[in-house]
Design a protein around this ligand. Structure first.
Ligand SMILES: Nc1nc2c(ncn2[C@@H]2O[C@H](COP(=O)(O)OP(=O)(O)OP(=O)(O)O)[C@@H](O)[C@H]2O)c(=O)[nH]1
Ligand SMILES: [Mg+2]
Length: 458
């Protein structure tokens, strides 16, 4: 990513495609001058009132042709997204027109922005840190409301403040220990018990934070829930019913589904990737056999399983085999076809897998499906503590673990009675990881990785 801030950059900031409005954005020292060359404001002059929509026309100065009518909005530095001079030109949402506006802007002296370059400038100019930049992209790409809520809070700085708090406490500890080192003869109150106490609290706090990544990952990527069971138990019917769409083929013949099908559903703001697959058991065809193998692999990696049983028939060895095979996975037992005469020996099944929650449903009539949705969340989704911060990125987790590791070293040395110098050195090692976490320490590779995930115009 280009780190010079002298250029004025321009890009379409609304998504590609046709829409009600489209916005072209400029940022940099010449943003206002360039935008005035391509957009003429109608009456009264001097027209540009900061942070107010000014009506006018998109203009090709060379041909003197007016191309569209719209609004210009000027955000003077530093009160803008990037902290630079920023201008937004709101036009009709026509890709042809918006690209033409960008072309005119480039002809007037701007340069096309790279993906994420507006946000990158906000970061370089100190308006946001890297955690907030990540949160902005997470917010834009949020695939559930819960995740959007968390990303919004982090964009506003909640996680950054928490990390700043940790940093402050570490620096205080260092000051305490190092002052003692510099002035060994003076009576400075330092109590190893107190240092240990602060270290233990910090380690606990960082441990909880790192632990939240499991929830974060589920939120960002969604939970994968695989529907499995013998052939013909009603997996595809259940899949369609949960999806509220006739997506998978359903027939009365066993072995209907041969490949797996994945579709997303939302349950209470959580994204669930639901997978329907071939029924377990004796394959009657090589294609089905391959489907079964793939299904098993997928089920092994899923966050949760819905094990479907046909309650209108007797239980069979395959049902038990299946439960045995996925013994250690999170699962729910779904006794399907509750609208028919119930034949299955439920007790025998439940006894074979103690502690596993179950429900009776009819995928055909829809009975109990809402309850099943809720149980899926309760059983498979990691608990969201509303107050706690949540890490959404592995990058963040790795660094929080590293900070915690340095403090644990320091604590161990303290407990082993090592000299203050060594304790201080171990604790100090936490600081670079904090710098990397917030982006205070810049790594080109990390920056490229983060900002290349952004869209152009953000
Ligand atoms: N009465 C009743 N019939 C059901 C129910 N759910 C599914 N069925 C019927 O059971 C048969 C098999 O349904 P599918 O959804 O294709 O079953 P499957 O488990 O996907 O089968 P395979 O893909 O072959 O493994 C169809 O005739 C469905 O209409 C239910 O809740 N009640
Ligand atoms: Mg099926």
């Amino acid at each position: 990513m280009n780190q010079t801030l002298e250029d004025t950059i321009i890009a379409v900031s609304t998504p590609a495609g046709h829409g009600g409005i489209g916005i072209v954005r400029l940022s940099g020292p010449e943003a206002l001058a360039i935008s005035r060359k391509i957009f003429s404001i109608k009456e009264p002059e001097p027209a540009v009132i900061p942070q107010k929509m000014c009506f006018g026309y998109l203009l090709d100065q060379e041909s003197r042709e007016t191309l569209d009518a719209g609004y210009l909005c000027y955000f003077p530095a530093p009160h803008s997204y990037t902290r630079e001079e920023v201008v937004e030109i709101h036009l009709h949402g026509s890709p042809i027109l918006l690209n033409e506006a960008v072309r005119l802007g480039i002809r007037a002296g701007a340069r096309l922005a790279h993906p994420g370059e507006f946000t990158f400038r906000a970061y370089l100019n100190g308006r946001i840190d890297i955690i907030q930049a990540e949160a902005i992209n997470d917010l834009i790409r949020a695939c559930s409301l819960d995740q959007a809520r968390i990303s919004f809070k982090q964009m506003e700085g909640s996680l950054s403040r928490k990390i700043a708090g940790v940093r402050e406490k570490i620096v205080e500890l260092l000051t305490l220990v190092e002052t003692r080192l510099e002035f060994p003869d003076e009576e400075i109150e330092i109590n190893p018990g107190q240092v240990g106490q602060v270290l233990r609290e910090l380690i606990g706090e960082l441990g909880r934070l790192a632990g939240s990544y499991e929830q974060g990952r589920a939120l960002l990527e969604g939970l994968t829930v695989a529907i499995l069971g013998k052939t013909n138990v009603g997996k595809s019917t259940l899949f369609n019913a949960l999806l509220e769409e006739e997506r998978a083929i359903v027939t009365p013949y066993p072995g209907t589904t041969r490949d797996f099908i994945r579709e997303n559903i939302q349950v209470d703001g959580v994204l669930i990737k639901l997978v329907d697959m071939a029924g377990f058991g004796q394959a009657s065809h090589p294609v089905e056999e391959e489907g079964i193998i793939r299904g098993q692999r997928l089920a092994e990696k899923a966050d949760g399983l819905l094990v479907v049983l046909d309650a209108s028939r007797e239980e069979s060895p395959e049902d038990f085999e299946l439960l045995e095979r996925f013994n250690d996975k999170k699962k729910l037992l779904v006794f399907n076809k509750s609208d028919l005469k119930q034949v299955i020996n439920r007790k025998k099944i439940l006894d074979s897998c103690p502690g596993v929650d179950w429900i009776e449903v009819s995928a055909l009539t829809g009975k109990n499906l809402d309850r099943l949705r809720k149980m899926m969340l309760d059983t498979f989704a990691p608990r969201l503590e509303k107050q706690e911060e949540i890490l959404l990125h592995q990058r963040q987790k790795v660094l929080v673990d590293s900070i915690k590791g340095s403090l644990e070293n320091g604590l161990k040395m303290l407990e082993d009675g090592a000299g203050e110098e060594l304790v201080a050195e171990a604790i100090r090692e936490a600081l670079p990881a904090i710098g990397q976490l917030t982006g205070e320490i810049k790594s080109q590779e990390v920056l490229d990785q983060i900002f290349s995930r952004f869209c152009i115009g953000k």
